[in-house]
Structure formats: structure tokens, C-alpha cells
Write a new protein. Structure first.
Length: 506
């Protein structure tokens, strides 16, 4: 028996920007889903006609969480255009600031956005609820408050090296604009050591060296079962995740994408990045090729050809576009396929053994997507420590020459996944600029073939106990850490589109 879907409007907070989720539920399960970004960003259009270096100031303001990643991508695009030879010192320090931003983002997302739901009254009959309430309750949970303090400290590294956070502009084509003193570098090392001590004691419950030996799901379970670690966060998060069966749902298409991140100083590796680039499906990794990236606007509120390379695609708003458009987010595709990006995809492609073993044995899930954020922090901290020891007062900048004309691509892994800046300079001015963000990959709408985006696909098949409070869907959506910040808000009939909508099929 079918019926016209009944719309239920519920608030959807704790995501960056305005997000509209519409699902159809049949027999207690999601049968279809639509993810809509309801904000028009438009930064690409702001760039046209500006000087080549303006992107270093403007694009970091796209986001207040990953502004260093946008700065890095903008600088890498100009490095590419000018064939700049960035000194090793500058490469290390650029990377360290972006890694500091990853640490704060991963911990803030996990404990201030995702774990908060575990303290919701709907779970008050669960065995974990008293601990979740004490640790994760908004503005008063012990862990939540500690995360704010610790992540504020780690961001001081960006301020020391880059002058401020967020929205710093210290990276330029050819390097960075300042040389940190010995005292600056010692302070940065101290801040990383502080973070390490807290992370080891409060998050994983052991040393990073011991944690590095945890390479299989069974070893993870043994780690979390150790009673000496029962005050750490990881065992509790795994317990809650299993009790709520977050390890059994939330899988997308199974395509994973990383464009590579954190360029290595000369001589460290032939690959060129700390975290390798690639495209992965069913455990098989294929080489990354930026020419395989295209933007599809078939179901997006933009005019122009349906599918184009970002090097020629435009961002022309068309709110009254005929057809079935439903999002301000475009649909990036790699070889015409919808790809998930983020910490899980990044580390799977980099060969991280624990996460690869989990996905091979249990498959992708909401819980492993969150575990990846803990794993990434543990992977990054030792490298940050090493690069800060190796960084010195040597060369931090090489003049790239005059920027007149040419094209450039800047690719990196932001906190939420693959980030790309594509630009073209003509006669000393920006003639074209396109940006594809991680959330564009993850929260994309359907493409010209009607294939859902990764987050849409992950929602399908989810069981919902209470249609008036579908917290199960919230867990999945937040595990992708959507970020839809923009320049211009979109309104329809005077109403801001910032909600979760559920259409129920009887």
C-alpha cells in the first residue's frame, strides 16, 4: 500500500552550515533519501578579476574550522602554476599547522558533535547513559569541556607559525612568509607533547607506541576490554557503538577517495605525500588522477552543462532551474562514481592496518567512520613531533617569479576529506576559480544517472524506531561531519532551510 509522503520537520543542529535531509520511510526503514545543502557559497565568483594572491586571503574564510586547509590548497595551486620549489622547512611547517587543525577538528567533532547524542534522554534506559551524560552533556560534560580546552591549546601552533587562527594567510607560493624562532618551535613541541599526554591518558588509555601495535579488530577489542583503560574514552565509545549497533549500518557505496595530503620534504619518500592519494573499491587501490574529477549539476541549483571538469566548470546560481534540482551542493564524481572521502577513506588508502581489517571483516559503518578520527590523531602526532624537531631557522621561502598566466591545481586532505582548488590566471588576474570541498563529495545530490551521493546512500536501509525523533539518522549524518558553510544563505518563502525533514510512506 502506498501513500503520499507525510512531511515531518525536525531540527538538525550540530553540523556546519544549513542542511536539509529528506527521507522516505517504509515499514520502519529508510527506503530513499535526499541530502540538500541549502546555502549558496559563491566564493568562486568572488575570486574572478582579483589578483593571484587574493585567494590566500579570501578562500581561508570559506570555513572557520578548516581554514588552514583552504589556505594550503590555495598555496599549492599557485605552487603548481608557478612550478615553485618550496623549501623543506616551509613544507614541514605548512604541514604541521594543517595537522594541528586536524587534531582539533577530529576531537571536537567526535565529542562535541557526535557523542553528544549518547547523552540524549531517549537513551536514559541504556546502561551507558549515566557515563555518557557525565562525559558528553553539552556545555557541562567532563570530556566535552576538556576537549574544548585541549583543542584550543593545540591550535596555538597555527597562531605561532601563522600569526592567527582561523583565517591565517602565512602560506604563499614558494613557502611561508615568516621564519619561526627557536623559542617558537620549542613552544610548538611543548604544545604537541601536552596534546599527546592528554590523548594517551584520556582518549586511548595507553601510549601511542603500544596503540600502534593494535592492527586487527580482535586486538582492538582486547585493548578496550583491558580494565586499566576503563576511564578512557575509546572503550566507552566502542561499547556504546556496539550497543546501538552503529557497527552494523551507515555504509555508503563503498568507493573511497583521497587526493593525497601533507607533501613530504625532499628525499623522505618516492610517493611524495605522508598520506597517499588513490581511489579504492573492494580493497583495490587505483592511482589518483585529478583529470578524472568532474562536477555534475543535474540535481543542483546551477546553470550550465550537466557535467564538467572543475577547470572549466562555472558556479552560476539558478534557483528556478527547471526539473528536480534540490541542492546548492554540486555532485563531484571520480570516473563518474560517487566517492566517500574523509579520515576513513584517507587512512584506508594509506594502508592503515586496523581500519582496513575492520572494513574487510565487518564492512563500512558509522562506528568505524568515527574510530578513524581517533586513529588519525594517533597517526599524526608522532610525525608532527618529528617535523618540529627537524624544522629550523633555515630557508622558508623561494621566490616563484612573477605570476602572469597559467593554470594550477591545489589538492590536499582537509579535516573532512579531499579538498581541491582549481584556478586559471590570465594577464595577471584570476579568470577562473573552482573549489570542491569534502562535503561536496560526501553530501552530494544525485548525478545525471540518478545515482545517490554517499551520505544519501548511507541512510537507505536504516531502521527508525521513532519517526518523530529519528536519532538513528542523526548518528549516520554526523559521522560524515557535514560542513556546508557559505557566503549567502538561501531562503524559500521567508523560511530558512535548516532542518531534518522526513517523508513517511504508510
Amino acid at each position: 500500500m502506498s501513500a503520499t509522503p507525510r512531511s515531518i520537520k525536525l531540527p538538525f543542529n550540530r553540523v556546519e552550515g544549513d542542511l536539509d535531509i529528506r527521507v522516505e520511510i517504509k515499514d520502519g526503514q529508510v527506503s530513499d533519501a535526499w541530502v540538500s545543502g541549502t546555502m549558496f557559497r559563491g566564493f568562486e565568483n568572488m575570486m574572478i578579476g582579483r589578483g593571484p594572491l587574493d585567494g590566500l586571503v579570501i578562500t581561508p574564510r570559506i570555513c572557520g574550522i578548516c581554514s588552514t586547509s583552504h589556505l594550503h590548497a590555495a598555496a599549492l595551486a599557485l605552487d603548481h602554476l608557478t612550478d615553485a620549489r618550496v623549501p623543506d622547512n616551509a613544507t614541514r611547517l605548512r604541514n604541521v599547522t594543517q595537522m594541528a587543525e586536524h587534531l582539533q577538528s577530529d576531537m571536537r567533532h567526535l565529542f562535541l558533535m557526535f557523542a553528544v547524542d549518547f547523552a540524549h534522554p531517549c537513551y536514559q534506559s541504556r546502561s551507558f547513559f549515566p557515563q555518557a551524560l557525565a562525559r558528553y552533556a553539552p556545555l557541562k560534560g567532563e570530556t566535552a569541556l576538556e576537549v574544548v580546552r585541549q583543542t584550543r591549546r593545540i591550535l596555538e601552533i597555527v597562531a605561532i607559525i601563522g600569526g592567527q587562527w582561523p583565517h591565517s594567510s602565512f602560506m604563499v607560493p614558494g613557502g611561508i612568509v615568516s621564519v619561526p624562532s627557536g623559542a617558537d618551535l620549542r613552544q610548538c613541541r611543548h604544545l604537541v607533547r601536552q596534546f599527546r599526554n592528554w590523548f594517551e591518558e584520556r582518549i586511548i588509555g595507553g601510549s601511542m607506541e603500544d596503540w600502534g601495535q593494535v592492527k586487527t579488530l580482535s586486538e582492538l577489542e582486547a585493548w578496550c576490554a583491558d580494565p586499566t583503560r576503563n576511564q578512557a574514552e575509546l572503550p566507552l565509545l566502542m561499547q556504546i557503538g556496539r550497543e546501538l549497533e552503529l557497527d552494523k549500518g551507515g555504509a555508503g557505496h563503498g568507493y573511497y577517495l583521497s587526493c593525497g595530503s601533507l607533501p613530504l620534504p625532499a628525499g623522505e619518500s618516492e610517493d611524495g605525500h605522508l598520506l597517499a592519494a588513490g581511489f579504492m573499491h573492494k580493497g583495490m587501490i587505483q592511482p589518483w588522477n585529478a583529470k578524472q574529477v568532474a562536477e555534475d549539476v543535474s540535481f543542483s541549483w546551477y546553470a550550465g552543462s550537466a557535467v564538467n571538469s572543475p577547470m572549466i566548470a562555472e558556479t552560476l546560481p539558478a534557483l528556478d532551474k527547471p526539473g528536480e534540482a534540490y541542492s546548492w551542493v554540486k555532485a563531484p564524481r571520480y570516473r563518474r562514481l560517487p566517492a566517500e572521502t574523509g579520515p576513513l577513506a584517507e587512512l584506508l588508502i594509506a594502508g592503515q592496518p586496523l581500519l582496513n581489517n575492520w572494513v574487510e571483516t565487518r564492512g563500512e559503518s558509522t562506528l568505524v567512520r568515527e574510530l578513524a578520527r581517533v586513529v588519525r590523531c594517533a597517526e599524526l602526532v608522532p610525525v608532527m613531533e618529528r617535523w618540529l624537531r627537524e624544522a629550523g631557522s633555515g630557508e622558508c621561502y623561494r621566490h616563484p617569479g612573477e605570476i602572469k598566466s597559467g593554470t594550477g591545481i591545489g589538492l590536499t586532505q582537509a579535516s573532512r576529506g579531499a579538498l581541491g582548488h582549481w584556478l586559471r590566471i590570465e594577464d595577471g588576474l584570476i579568470a577562473h576559480y573552482q573549489i570542491i570541498t569534502p562535503t561536496s563529495w560526501n553530501a552530494s545530490p544525485r548525478d545525471e544517472r540518478g545515482v545517490r551521493g554517499p551520505l544519501e546512500e548511507a541512510l537507505v536501509g536504516t531502521s527508525v524506531a521513532n519517526e518523530n525523533h529519528p536519532i538513528e539518522l542523526g548518528h549516520i549524518v554526523r559521522s560524515y561531519d557535514p560542513c556546508l558553510v557559505c557566503a549567502v544563505h538561501s531562503f524559500r518563502n521567508g523560511e530558512a532551510l535548516s532542518r531534518l525533514r522526513i517523508g513517511v510512506i504508510g
